[in-house]
Design a protein around this ligand. Structure first.
Ligand code: SF4
Length: 442
């Protein structure tokens, strides 16, 4: 084995204080899968997740040596990751590989001098061969005689991946919360999503091919990881009725007690109250649902294949069974002041306690007719406008956005929804960000 010391890296989500650090932190599952695969064949692997590390990346590598760098990122982390790649080349001069969601969507953006290889798929089991020098691997891009060669793509069967090595997660017991659920372990049973919502990049993952693990294997992984909180991070965990019935039955049979968080669609919840009620019985706490909008015509334009009526039935079911519904909405580019106010009134009327609002963001790599107003990848974090609003100026759109955020924040505070966060620090960073943004838009 020529190259033995591998550094697996995930950069920070943001360099402003305005992020979800300490509130929602994502376990670096992709790196943990890769760690398992490489360690199984004898590599010495180190993980660096800047979300929880206190040293800067440059400090971290200053007195260490590695032969291989593998880094993953989302679009909004692109510049941070490329900065790390550069620093790694200068310090260690080893092989650099870049992967992750952004590499699946926009691999060409990662073709820079310091990057040697880009892996734009989930075929992590090919990494040992790639490190050994094999370039005839699906989803791999590499340089030959100064030009980038892009190999053919191939979806990955999720069943071919081993369970992740979670040593890093377990060595940070005070990190990786999901709101008030501390140290929430990520488990994924599927790649991609069978739906085709227009705004969403999730259904583009794995070349758009849905692949799911078997129920016993999923339940084995939950059972053998004695972690109280389990975040089922499938893009739509509530997809297949039979799968869910088998999952619930297996969990009950083995008497496994955990608290669960998962994503689901409102139409499924509206049609399967019995499954949702049984899921609650075995420990479901948070259901994350993209209600997206309060008007049917907008849901239609998003190709959501859902209705406001279903959304409202979903809300009633969650309330009835005391499931914490995290209601997610998209703030459209066509919003006028009234749309922001109507949305707030709707949230209040339906007594939605947990709410997340995202700015409509056609990610780089998705088809869109909208006009981009920024080329800075770190703006693609769903907290910034990346396209021009239709009816309001950028400044006015943001004004309504901030007003909505403030109203939601005050509502949450009154209802004591987020009592576990440091309100003072959050308010200070929020106000700081408003002023920063005002300067940017001046
Ligand atoms: S929004 Fe949800 S249901 Fe729609 S494609 Fe994305 S993950 Fe699938």
């Amino acid at each position: 084995m020529g190259k033995s010391r591998v550094l697996l890296v995930r950069p920070e989500e943001s360099r402003s204080k305005y992020d979800f650090q300490g509130v929602i932190e994502n376990e670096c599952l992709e790196l943990e899968w890769i760690r398992r695969i490489l360690e199984d064949v004898g590599y010495i692997v180190t993980v660096f997740d800047k979300q929880v590390e206190t040293l800067s990346f440059q400090e971290f590598i200053s007195d260490r040596d590695f032969d291989v760098f593998y880094g993953e990122c989302r679009c909004f982390q692109e510049s941070f990751l490329l900065e790390y790649v550069k620093a790694f080349k200068q310090k260690c001069n080893g092989l650099t590989i870049v992967g992750g969601i952004h590499a699946q969507m926009c691999k060409e953006r990662l073709f820079v001098d310091e990057t040697d290889l880009v892996l734009s798929g989930y075929n992590y089991t090919d990494l040992p061969q790639i490190i050994e020098g094999n370039r005839d691997i699906p989803n791999l891009s590499y340089r030959k005689n100064g030009n980038w060669v892009i190999n053919a793509t191939r979806p990955t069967d999720i069943k071919t991946l081993p369970w992740p090595n979670r040593e890093y997660f377990y060595s940070h017991p005070d990190r990786y919360p999901y709101l008030d659920l501390k140290h929430a372990m990520w488990i994924r049973s599927s790649f991609s999503c069978p739906y085709r919502c227009r705004f969403c990049l999730r259904n583009h993952m794995n070349q758009g091919i849905y692949s799911r693990r078997d129920v016993p294997d999923l339940v084995d992984e939950i059972e053998q990881n004695d972690n109280e909180n389990v975040y089922l991070v499938d893009d739509d965990f509530l997809y297949d009725e039979n799968y869910l019935r088998r999952f619930i039955e297996e969990i009950k049979k083995r008497k496994i007690r955990r608290k669960y968080i998962c994503y689901g669609r409102a139409d499924f919840i509206a049609d399967h109250e019995d499954i949702v009620a049984e899921f609650k019985e075995i420990g479901l706490v948070y259901l994350l649902v993209g209600l997206e909008d309060i008007r049917d015509e907008k849901l239609l334009s998003y190709n959501k294949h859902n209705t406001v009526r279903n959304n409202e039935k979903c809300i009633r079911i969650c309330h009835k069974h005391q499931i914490r519904l995290m209601a997610m909405f998209i703030l459209g580019l066509d919003f006028r002041g009234k749309d922001f106010r109507d949305l707030y009134a709707y949230i209040k009327k339906h007594q939605l306690k947990y709410v997340a609002v995202s700015i409509y963001t056609p990610e780089l790599g998705l088809e869109t007719e909208e006009e981009y107003i920024t080329s800075d990848p770190s703006d693609f974090d769903y907290l910034h406008l990346v396209c021009r609003p239709k009816y309001l100026s950028v400044r006015m759109w943001y004004l309504h956005y901030y007003l909505l955020l403030i109203r939601l924040f005050l509502k949450g505070r009154r209802e004591r929804v987020y009592d576990f966060i440091d309100y003072g620090a959050y308010i200070r960073s929020f106000i700081g960000n408003i002023f920063k943004r005002r300067k940017e838009n001046a």
